[in-house]
Design a protein around this ligand. Structure first.
Ligand SMILES: [Zn+2]
Length: 376
């Protein structure tokens, strides 16, 4: 087939201005755009023909050569400018010039179309999300959990073809009208999710992507020090990538069971210890629950309510392995709420006793100071 004159292709005369060339190509590109003419081979040829003409005529040097020598001047061996050698990606990359500089380089033109006709990519499987409930002991020391998941796997016996929606490129392009003019967007092919492949044959129990859901037991190592709401990313343990892609990740969300008596704040643990009035005055020993086991602590004679004892290193480890929190024991001196006659008599005797009169000294830390130290 004889090659048409580039000016004829764009409906222009030889002396057409740069602006005319742009305008003409723009109209042709919109008219014959593949998205507007799905499955229309003639439109596609016209689209490519116009793109080729524009490629030459929009370039001053190429245009000059073409004006002088015609098609013979355009390629090696007099065969013309390699008819139809422009692929769709080349064509779409032109749109950056055509559809206005308003879009600049960002997002339009150069952006999404790089890589050209490599044809599809390895599709990553979707991430799989699970929740894991842990008690404080598991959090303090780390643990291994075996979790049953239903995940997508590639079914056996699936064979592949080139995707007809995107012709193997994995991308579909669309020109949309916006208030700024026409804008071309490129997105992942909805049919093949970017793989550029379609299913040729598949077993009955596989879905349209050749996958099926299968029960699997996954072993997850949970490091010490994780916290409620934290998400661990187990790479490659999610859903299989369709069309021979790479698997997604398993996202493990941590749920922390509340401990009966230890409260957590970051890596520190808090415990409220209640001591009776006599123990606080005379001194005593008390038992403190730890994450694992117990600790004995000594209360000095004259321990005040509100005193905080710090058990260093008895909190939780940092998840990154650096350092361990403390266990802070808040002393509450218990004031009896019911008294029998004998108890009342004893306390009446003590009520006026000089040593029973509050006399906080500078040594006793104020509430403000204690809080400051706790968080400081
Ligand atoms: Zn596709």
């Amino acid at each position: 087939m004889a090659k048409r004159d580039y000016y004829d292709v764009l409906g222009l005369s030889k002396g057409a201005s740069e602006a005319d060339i742009k305008k003409a190509y723009r109209q042709m590109a919109i008219k014959y755009h593949p998205d507007k003419n799905p499955g229309n081979a003639e439109a596609e040829d016209k689209f490519k023909e116009a793109a080729e003409a524009y490629d030459i005529l929009s370039n001053a040097e190429k245009r000059q050569r073409y004006d002088q020598f015609g098609h013979a001047g355009m390629g090696g061996g007099g065969g013309g400018y390699g008819g139809g050698n422009m692929n769709m990606d080349d064509i779409f990359s032109q749109f950056g010039d055509i559809f206005g500089s308003a879009f600049g380089g960002g997002g339009f033109g150069g952006g999404g179309f790089g890589g050209g006709n490599a044809g599809g990519r390895r599709v990553k499987g979707s991430n799989l999300r699970i929740k894991v409930k842990l008690n404080l002991e598991e959090i303090a020391f780390g643990t291994t959990k075996k979790i049953k998941v239903f995940k997508l796997v590639n079914a056996d016996g699936v064979t592949y073809d080139t995707c007809t929606t995107c012709r193997g490129s994995g991308q579909v392009r669309r020109v949309t009208n916006t208030i700024l003019g026409q804008m071309q967007t490129s997105s992942t092919c909805p049919t093949c999710h970017g793989a550029g492949k379609s299913i040729k044959q598949k077993p009955k129990d596989a879905d349209e992507h050749g996958q099926k859901r299968q029960e699997e037991v996954i072993e997850i190592n949970i490091p010490a020090g994780v916290g409620d709401g934290m998400t661990l990313n187990v790479a490659g343990k999610g859903n299989a990538g369709p069309y021979g892609g790479v698997p997604g990740d398993l996202l493990v969300q941590i749920e922390e069971e509340e401990h009966t008596s230890l409260k957590r704040d970051g890596n520190n643990l808090y415990y409220d210890l209640y001591v009776n009035f006599a123990d606080a005055a005379l001194g005593a020993t008390a038992e403190i629950p730890l994450v694992k086991g117990k600790a004995q602590i000594k209360l000095d004679a004259g321990t005040q309510s509100g005193k905080i004892l710090r058990l260093k290193g008895k909190g939780l480890p940092e998840v990154n392995g650096y350092g361990t929190g403390d266990l802070l024991v808040n002393i509450n001196v218990w004031t009896p709420m019911r008294l029998n006659d004998e108890e009342k008599k004893l306390l009446e005797k003590l009520r006026q006793s000089p040593n029973f009169q509050p006399s906080p000294s500078g040594k006793d830390k104020s509430f403000f100071q204690r809080v400051k130290e706790m968080f400081g």
